[in-house]
Ligand binder design. Structure first.
Ligand SMILES: NC(=O)c1ccc[n+]([C@@H]2O[C@H](COP(=O)([O-])OP(=O)(O)OC[C@H]3O[C@@H](n4cnc5c(N)ncnc54)[C@H](OP(=O)(O)O)[C@@H]3O)[C@@H](O)[C@H]2O)c1
Length: 260
């Protein structure tokens, strides 16, 4: 995938955190970006902060096929195709499964997994021949952590979906990328730490990386054609262990990760 000046990227979750930082990174490369998120005021603020004409904002909910259809109509009214779709929209609520309401569970799955599937389905026929799709998974897409069961289900789903779609689009030249970010200092991460259940306290987590660093590494790896993107050595190590030494990996994670 060649991310060159004049191309267009649609970024779900582009108004905040990693999605916003990816928008900044792509703007530096001369691309036009379309930020998609629900809250119009936050989108306006993000556009103002980016301070360039090359930013379009569209309010939509990725968990709704109808909302995405409307967004597509608006986005495609001004262009023939898009070059990159970045699936960054996501939410998390750390808590034991038994403490989560049904809507807490379905919100996480319908935003993180169904929302990504619907966004790909909505924009797939708009992608240019050498276009690409970047979808954000998590360390919870490599192994599941107690307190993150629905989130882990959604993030493992992102990986399986991306693998299948990669093969569906193989002959079309569209590149697919799935990202496993480490802890990243975003509004979602800060809120997650604030609301962490007590039994999780004391769990040693790495210092979160700045979203700008994560975004730079994602775009660099995607431009090089990597399918699985690890913006830190820690997530790369976890994935290596899970794949090549699954028994040892499970043994270690069972001991290191918090348990109620
Ligand atoms: N930060 C981390 O440490 C970390 C680590 C691993 C993976 N991730 C993943 O990285 C992605 C970005 O996270 P972040 O930390 O950058 O979060 P963030 O700062 O909270 O940004 C989330 C973005 O998603 C949008 N969004 C949420 N629900 C949406 C919906 N239904 N429809 C459309 N947009 C929606 C939000 O805007 P609105 O609320 O206005 O819609 C916002 O723009 C998520 O998928 C997250 O799971 C984050």
């Amino acid at each position: 995938m060649r991310l060159t000046s004049g191309k267009t990227a649609v970024i779900t979750g582009g108004s905040s955190g990693i999605g916003f930082a990816i928008a900044e990174e792509l703007l530096k490369k001369g691309l036009c970006v379309v930020l998609v998120a629900r809250r119009a005021a936050v989108l306006e603020e993000a556009k103002k902060k980016l301070g360039t004409e090359n930013v379009e904002i569209v309010s939509a909910d990725v968990s709704s096929a109808g909302s995405l259809k409307e967004a597509k109509k608006r986005i495609m009214a001004r262009r023939d195709n898009i070059d990159l779709l970045v699936n960054c929209a996501g939410i998390v609520k750390p808590a034991l499964l038994s403490d989560l309401s049904v809507s807490d569970i379905s919100d996480q799955i319908s935003t993180n997994l169904l929302g990504m599937v619907l966004a790909v389905r909505t924009f797939i026929d708009c992608l240019a021949k050498d276009g690409g799709i970047i979808s954000i998974s998590s360390v919870n897409g490599i192994f599941g952590i107690a307190g993150y069961a629905p989130y882990a289900a959604s993030k493992f789903g992102v990986v399986g979906f991306s693998d299948a779609v990669r093969r569906e689009l193989f002959k079309k030249g569209i590149s697919i990328h799935v990202v496993f970010p480490p802890d990243t200092d975003t509004p979602q991460y800060r809120k997650e730490c604030e609301h962490m259940p007590e039994w999780m306290n004391g769990w040693v987590r790495s210092n979160p990386l700045p979203p700008e660093v994560v975004a730079k590494r994602i775009i660099k790896a995607a431009s090089r054609g990597r399918f699985m993107i690890f913006p830190s050595m820690t997530t790369k190590f976890y994935a290596f262990m899970a794949r090549h030494l699954p028994l040892l990996s499970r043994f270690l994670i069972d001991r290191i990760a918090p348990k109620p």
